[in-house]
Design a protein around this ligand. Structure first.
Ligand SMILES: [Fe+2]
Length: 422
């Protein structure tokens, strides 16, 4: 096979660039300019901000750093659409992103297209000479894919809080009578394994370096827990049994009067329903349960006589399985029951692990401002694995580490049980 040249690689990246940039705008096609302005809580961002910030990333880290840098964008854009890069300048508080009634949505879209035009121009020049910055172009693409998932989860939360509770998607043909496969316990091979990103292909710095770990006797559930199984936990009084909860989780559940996952609702007329990107739907018992916090996933696992897997156990389990599942590209943006006997280790729901988000042995952040991408968040968060129905398929891999605080539940977050065999 002919070896890939720098120009081949750039062409492949540019094809991905055009598709990924288009996909972000497609997600927002059904939204009005007013919808794109919503920020229903500090953790979510307005869709317009996502569309602008992803352009800022290319503008700030690629277009402005080449041998012939383009003139800087208006200084206020630089401030408004920087998320958290202290070494790249100032940025507004996250909770104030909803104040950005200006620039308008049309201006943001026009800026996006201008960035696209200049990226293509720059790439065309680069084909003539040394290819530098392709690494940043690639990071920018994976960054935008992360924001595509956030766009979907943030729109879902905004619409849930909006008085009309609109739907993003149209009504779907859902098989409410589909069955999840019976749960089996699958034993991992005890001993030394390697985890972390081992290939030359793209990975974020937090997935490196690959290193060895030891797996003790343990079994993981063959599929994620379902809505029906979680409903059993609720009906058994799971939210009222202090002994099931971590102390901080118990205080949090009581302070917020929580009795079910986010987006679930019960009334005598409809029974149990959940809010989805397609509006309100009856709760399908065999779909994977989602929108759980770490605290809820942990209490549920304890009630089951099990525990959450560590991220090392999860990765050893996942590496033995094909990278298939319900993703953004092929799903209707909601978790679905497994086909046949599939493990659903990828797609559908991010799976909470009991592992604190921490650097791997020998971790090295990227040089420069992009060193702020991951490393500085390695405290007070837990690792989630596997991707969800809102994750682009090409974005996920066995070593991928997502991370959120223990109370976060607006992402598509679920649970796979683990059991010690000692
Ligand atoms: Fe970002």
């Amino acid at each position: 096979m002919k070896p890939e040249t720098g120009v081949d690689r750039l062409n492949t990246l540019l094809e991905s660039y055009l598709k990924i940039r288009r996909d972000s705008e497609k997600i927002c096609e059904g939204l009005s300019a007013e919808d794109c302005q919503l920020q229903a809580m500090p953790d979510v961002s307005p869709p317009k901000w996502h569309l602008a910030h992803t352009s800022w990333f290319f503008e700030r880290f690629l277009l402005r750093t080449g041998p012939d840098p383009t003139p800087p964008i208006p200084p206020l854009y630089d401030h408004l659409f920087n998320s958290y890069y202290e070494t790249a300048g100032s940025f507004p508080p996250r909770a104030q992103r909803g104040l950005l009634s200006r620039p308008g949505l049309d201006e943001v879209i026009a800026w996006r297209h201008d960035v696209d035009r200049r990226i293509l121009e720059l790439s065309s020049d680069e084909k003539q000479g040394e290819l530098h910055n392709s690494q940043i172009l690639e990071i920018g693409l994976h960054h935008e894919q992360q924001h595509q998932e956030l766009l979907l989860t943030d729109i879902k939360y905004n619409f849930f809080m909006q008085p009309f509770q609109p739907a993003l998607g149209t009504t779907r043909n859902r098989k409410t009578d589909a069955h999840a496969p019976a749960l089996r316990w699958e034993r991992l091979p005890e001993g030394v394994h390697t985890i972390g990103h081992v290939k030359e292909t793209f990975a974020f710095d937090n997935e490196r370096p690959a290193h060895r770990i030891y797996i003790n006797p343990v079994a993981l559930a063959s599929r994620p827990a379902t809505n029906g199984e979680y409903l059993d936990f609720i009906r058994a009084g799971g939210y009222r049994q202090v002994e099931l909860w971590l102390s901080e989780g118990w205080n949090w559940v009581r302070a917020h009067h929580l009795q079910q996952p986010l987006y679930w609702h019960y009334d005598d007329h409809h029974g149990w329903r959940q809010f989805t990107l397609h509006g309100w739907e009856s709760l399908a018992m065999h779909e994977p349960v989602c929108h759980l916090s770490y605290f809820e996933a942990d209490a549920f696992a304890r009630w089951c006589g099990a525990r959450l897997p560590t991220e090392q156990e999860w990765e050893v389990f996942a590496r033995r399985r094909p990278l298939t599942g319900h993703f953004f590209d092929f799903s209707d943006l909601h978790p679905a029951p497994a086909h046949d006997d599939a493990s659903q280790v990828y797609g559908d729901v991010w799976e909470w692990t009991s592992s604190s988000y921490a650097p791997y042995p020998g971790y090295q952040p990227l040089a420069g401002s992009l060193g702020e991408y991951n490393g500085k968040f390695m405290v007070n968060q837990y690792v989630l694995r596997g991707g969800s129905c809102a994750t682009p398929w090409q974005h996920i891999r066995p070593s991928y580490r997502n991370f959120f605080p223990a109370t976060a539940r607006w992402q598509f977050t679920g649970v796979r049980l683990a059991k010690d065999l000692l």
